[in-house]
Write a protein of this length. Structure first.
Length: 257
């Protein structure tokens, strides 16, 4: 059974973590396969990426049974070779990435979700920075993304105490975008991906670039970047199509370039 289920359909790359018996916890083959599939998402045919998990969990982080295994990766290589490349790939993809968190998202699993561009959750999903429970620090970009999403004080407490956060709490504190009820989760989250896949892809990529830069930028430099990216956006086919559709009072047909 493949650790990652991968399918491209109607401009969406559906990427599903598939070790349900382990709540989709990562072993080395699964991590390397996810890197391979995220590389495949660079294809121009892909205009949105939809990341989710099978079974009751989104992802329980690293499979701890792999760490003491003398034939396994070893703690000294897990971040460098497995998780860090995944986080960089998610951030560098020039298209929107939706994390559809269907269940528990713990440890590196939670932080992989937070590295995505838009995070939605099943009403029964939970998020937990579980690292301190076993004497570790949050990794996989958690110390970068979480304080930027919810603030320093709240992030510090969640990381030190390892509190379990419900989907409702995560939404209220700004950790995620939206919650969907059990009966509508799959349909509604996939509809969100469909909406993004039909939008002007280059403009979305420029939005992603601008927001990623803004946290460490002066206002003057950010204004200059906005100007630069706006000129690029204005040179696309989709901008011309958007203006024409507005003037003609019709729905636009964006091509993604």
């Amino acid at each position: 059974m493949a650790e990652i289920i991968f399918e491209i359909n109607n401009g969406i790359a559906f990427v599903t973590l598939n070790r349900p018996e382990k709540l989709n916890a990562f072993n080395r083959p699964m991590a390397l396969l996810l890197q391979e599939k995220l590389t495949a998402c660079k294809d121009a045919a892909v205009r949105c990426v939809y990341l989710t998990g099978t079974g009751k969990g989104f992802c329980a982080g690293q499979d701890l049974e792999e760490i003491p295994d003398p034939t396994g990766t070893g703690m000294n290589r897990i971040l460098k070779e497995q998780f860090n490349p995944i986080i960089i790939q998610l951030q560098q993809l020039q298209k929107p990435v939706v994390a559809a968190v269907n269940g528990v998202a713990a440890g590196a699993g939670a932080n992989i979700a937070l590295a995505c561009d838009i995070v939605v959750a099943h009403e029964q999903a939970t998020f937990i920075q579980a690292f301190s429970k076993i004497g570790l620090i949050p990794d996989s970009g958690g110390t970068y993304f979480l304080p930027r999403l919810i603030g320093y004080q709240k992030a510090m407490a969640l990381m030190m105490l390892g509190d379990k956060v419900s989907a409702t709490e995560a939404c209220t504190m700004g950790m995620i975008y939206k919650i969907f009820q059990a009966g509508e989760f799959e349909t509604a989250s996939k509809q969100l991906a469909n909406t993004l896949a039909a939008m002007p892809t280059q403009a979305l990529a420029y939005i992603k670039q601008a927001l990623q830069t803004s946290a460490d930028q002066t206002l003057e430099k950010q204004l200059a970047l906005e100007d630069e990216l706006q000129q690029k956006a204005a040179a696309t086919h989709d901008f011309k199509e958007g203006v024409a559709a507005f003037m003609q009072k019709r729905a636009p047909h964006f091509k993604g370039h």
